[in-house]
Design a protein around this ligand. Structure first.
Ligand code: TK8
Length: 354
């Protein structure tokens, strides 16, 4: 719940202001609205605290994006709210943190959409392999009516969706061998997010997929209970996966959004003018965060090579083999997602890709 923290100084100030404004104590006269003291701008001691659970670390594009969000909210509400960021899934991994937000015991979390398919199957449309050809098309679909409609539908599930930030195009890493074709994946234990389509796609590519929460991935690779994982370049580099992975392949096999979620219960109790500031802050922070993420990808591929990883870039022909291997997943999950939504998204992507 939103908690008010009162420092003693603020309490005294508050009491003094209350005395002046309400007329109790020093004066019994009804305060004259023209001269009544304006409420003091909240200091951090009495700001309303909004806690945010973030699954990745403090140098990730996501953390930087949520910090930007917090700065914009603090500025826009003149310090009435304080956004407190908790990195590395301290308050729970994607699924657990989202459940806390739904219950209203946590204010916010920005998980990967892939972790939420248990809440709303429509989100699985973004897990369709090779759906988006580039980030510009992804932005247009996510920020357009299709993405907004999915955000709006989450309200019925106790989640106020504010915006989509960028997790990004996912690439596969492993500690066993260089991957140039699905055949190279044979028998490799590849960790996936807890999402049925990801499991199916990696099975279709010949791997042995193992779902687990993100916070367990580094240790599992270190202990070799899994051979590899798949995530965008900034996650691979900034979470130091190069320390436990020798090979990376730029497969860009799917684009994952992060979805900025607020507890609907807590949102509904907020003044409308505060809601508007939060919503605008999320939209501005999203644009900032996507740029941070894309700038990082540009130079972190080279940094992974400098750190000793073999980073393989696929030829168009090699990429097509992966695309063909994952095609059956579209039919396999069309009913679960909703055939009309799949068609709407693929038609929109085709139109935007011309
Ligand atoms: C972070 C996760 C993560 C995701 C994954 O909250 O689980 O692999 O890509 O980074 O959402």
């Amino acid at each position: 719940m939103i908690k008010r923290r009162k420092g003693l100084a603020t309490l005294l100030t508050g009491l003094m202001v209350a005395t002046l404004v309400t007329g109790c104590g020093l004066s019994s006269a009804k305060p004259d609205p023209k001269t009544a003291a304006t409420p003091t701008a909240p200091t951090s001691a009495n700001a309303k605290v909004i806690k945010v659970s973030i699954g990745v670390n403090e140098v990730s594009p996501l953390y930087l994006g949520m910090k930007k969000f917090g700065d914009l909210v603090k500025e826009g509400t003149k310090g009435k709210y304080e956004i407190q960021l908790y990195a590395n899934a301290q308050l729970g991994d994607d699924i657990k943190a989202t459940e806390s937000v739904r219950m209203g015991t946590l204010e916010m979390t920005p998980p990967s959409t892939s972790a939420l398919t248990g809440i709303d199957n429509k989100l699985m449309v973004f897990d369709l392999p090779f759906l988006f050809p580039n980030a510009e098309v992804a932005d247009k679909v996510l920020d357009g009516p299709i993405g907004q409609n999915i955000l709006d539908g989450l309200s019925a599930k106790g989640l106020k969706g504010l915006a989509y930030m960028e997790n990004g195009f996912r690439d596969v890493t492993n500690s066993v061998r260089e991957i140039k074709s699905p055949a190279d994946l044979k028998g490799l234990k590849i960790r996936t997010m807890e999402n049925p389509m990801h499991l199916a796609a990696w099975k279709a590519m010949g791997a042995n997929p193992t779902p687990m929460p993100f916070s367990e991935v580094f240790t599992a690779m270190q202990q070799k209970t899994i051979d590899g994982q798949e995530n965008p370049i900034p996650t691979i580099y900034l979470q130091k996966f190069n320390e436990v992975q020798k090979y990376a392949t730029i497969s860009n096999h799917v684009y994952t959004p992060f979805i900025v979620l607020f507890s609907q219960k807590i949102w509904d109790a907020m003044p409308k003018e505060d809601q508007a500031i939060f919503q605008q802050a999320a939209l501005e922070a999203k644009d900032y965060q996507r740029k941070v993420s894309r700038d990082m990808v540009k130079d972190q591929v080279g940094k992974l090579r400098t750190a000793g990883m073999t980073v393989t870039e696929l030829t168009p022909a090699q990429l097509k083999v992966f695309q063909d291997a994952t095609k059956p997943v579209y039919d396999q999950f069309a009913d679960k997602i909703g055939k009309d939504l799949v068609k709407k998204v693929t038609d929109e992507v085709e139109k935007l890709s011309k």
